[in-house]
Design a protein around this ligand. Structure first.
Ligand SMILES: [Zn+2]
Length: 237
């Protein structure tokens, strides 16, 4: 446990050193009163190959580390890190999504077919284990409210709900674009879950049905995608 904690602290320290090289971007966000730092994947990759690899293989953990580093630097509270220019190899067609993509950072392109209203939604619920006191966070992105299935101490079920974090959230349905399909292939669809800065009015205007988008995020289930960045493509028509 102590070794794990030390390792985590080292990674946060490395992330802080990375952000020391990112002062210009951070300054820009502060001046614009934004909580979002856009990180070019290539910049992170040239700073630390290992951190960049981890963004691809375990994005949720590393995003938390990067955001904690920004918190610790005292420059932006509750910052969000959004990536651009992730490697082309991370691009997948919706129809090619498989279990190997689960919990990885991938890029999907397509056309927005449905967009729900933006609504406040519980996104993160914290539970306490009555046996050992461990706090367990459960990401809430499905319709059904989820509880932890088990604790690292072995306990199963009946955890105590401590807090619920509410943020603005939206669901999109994205469909493969016709020109990406070969003859006779049916376009596949993917549910995309967006939250916080990604559903601000300026963004919402661009994710209306019919818009072409590229989304970067984490695949949570074979048909459910937790979006971490939306990029806009010029309309090809
Ligand atoms: Zn426990």
């Amino acid at each position: 446990m102590a070794a794990e904690k030390r390792e985590m602290e080292e990674r946060i320290a490395e992330a802080k050193r990375f952000f020391d090289t990112y002062k210009k971007e951070i300054g820009k966000s502060i001046r614009e009163d934004r909580k979002v730092i856009i990180v070019d994947f290539n910049d992170l990759s040239s700073f630390s190959h290992q951190l960049a690899e981890e963004v691809i293989s375990g994005p949720e953990e590393i995003l938390q580390i990067l955001e904690s580093a920004l918190d610790d630097l005292g420059l932006i509270k509750n910052a969000r890190v959004r990536f651009i220019n992730i490697p082309g190899a991370q691009k997948s067609k919706i129809g090619h999504i498989r279990s190997k993509h689960l919990n990885k950072f991938i890029l999907i392109e397509g056309i927005v077919r449905q967009a729900s209203d933006v609504r406040p939604q519980v996104v993160n619920a914290k539970f306490e284990c009555p046996t050992c006191g461990t706090i367990i966070s459960v990401l809430q992105i499905e319709k059904k409210f989820r509880e932890p299935s088990r604790c690292s101490c072995g306990r199963r079920g009946q955890f105590t709900l401590k807090t619920k974090e509410m943020v603005d959230a939206q669901r999109l349905v994205i469909e493969e674009s016709p020109e990406s399909l070969s003859g006779g292939e049916q376009p596949r669809r993917l549910n995309v879950f967006l939250q916080e800065d990604l559903v601000e009015p300026k963004m919402e205007e661009k994710t209306t049905p019919g818009s072409r988008v590229e989304v970067i995020g984490v695949l949570k289930e074979v048909s459910l995608f937790h979006c971490k960045q939306v990029l806009f493509q010029p309309d090809l028509t």
